[in-house]
Write a protein that binds this ligand. Structure first.
Ligand SMILES: [Zn+2]
Length: 271
């Protein structure tokens, strides 16, 4: 018990050392693991995931995933530059892959490593719907939400040894995947909190709008998601992205603001 308390104290100390203001949320966020350690881990996990799964290449859908991902990434970079944060994403190594899997899911790892499952495309329905999904997932990564979940989990488990995360053993890898909502074979996926969802919705809307996609479509996407939440195979994405009725109202209310934000970047027509 005492040892656990010491770990918690160490964790708190580490949080105090590692809190930096996030430009997207304006909040100081807990990050026990610095990006310099987190990104190589994420990149290795991503490569492993691509090896273990069937990546779709050379199709119209694969090209669409790449196109939307690139536009969202450019939107994020433009927004950061315009707001005095040039170089904030310098360690990002953006990558966008479509994976052949009927799971209704998509995610973005730290450092800009994105996977879209073919199973989510019917709900995305269009390139704009896909932009809403990818904007939202990228927003979680940009806001360091996964990192906050992992840091909180480490403190809880008394594992908070600052700057020393070992993702080498299988248990740690599974924990990592849980915090980032990757893969469904390794037990319960940890949901993002409602406040993280609201944050990711707003950032995602702005990104899709700056990327030239109609932000008004995001509300329709989540309506479709909700309509698919019954039945035998509810969308996996909803297990990590808890949704509620106020979300759709919130997205609808924010869409005009996202268009105003896009206008600052000269984007006034939307696909
Ligand atoms: Zn989410």
């Amino acid at each position: 018990m005492k040892i656990k308390n010491i770990f918690i104290l160490l964790g708190v100390a580490a949080i105090m050392f590692s809190c930096a203001e996030n430009p997207f949320t304006g909040k100081k966020t807990m990050a026990l693991v610095p990006n310099s350690q987190l990104f190589p881990t994420a990149f290795a996990q991503y490569d492993q995931f691509l090896t273990d799964n069937k990546v779709v290449t050379g199709t119209k859908d694969a090209a669409m995933v790449t196109r939307v991902g690139q536009r969202i990434a450019v939107a994020a970079e433009r927004w950061l530059s315009a707001n005095g944060h040039q170089g904030y994403l310098k360690d990002y190594k953006w990558e966008y892959n479509l994976v052949d899997d009927e799971t209704v899911n998509a995610w973005c790892m730290p450092g800009g490593k994105i996977v879209v499952y073919t199973g989510i495309l019917p709900i995305a329905k269009s390139e704009t719907g896909l932009a809403a999904i990818m904007g939202h997932e990228v927003a979680h990564a940009l806001a360091n939400h996964g990192q906050q979940r992992m840091s909180a989990g480490m403190v809880q488990q008394g594992l908070a040894v600052a700057g020393n995360i070992a993702i080498k053993d299988e248990q740690s890898r599974n924990a990592f995947n849980q915090y980032y909502g990757i893969g469904s074979q390794v037990g319960v996926m940890l949901p993002f909190s409602r406040s993280h969802e609201t944050e990711a919705d707003k950032i995602g809307l702005y990104l899709m709008a700056i990327a030239g996609y109609n932000p008004a479509e995001a509300a329709n996407l989540w309506k479709r998601m909700k309509a698919n939440s019954g039945g035998q195979a509810p969308p996996e994405i909803l297990s990590t992205h808890p949704s509620n009725d106020s979300r759709i109202a919130n997205l609808t209310a924010l869409a005009p603001k996202a268009k105003e934000e896009a206008a600052k970047f000269g984007v006034t027509t939307f696909r």
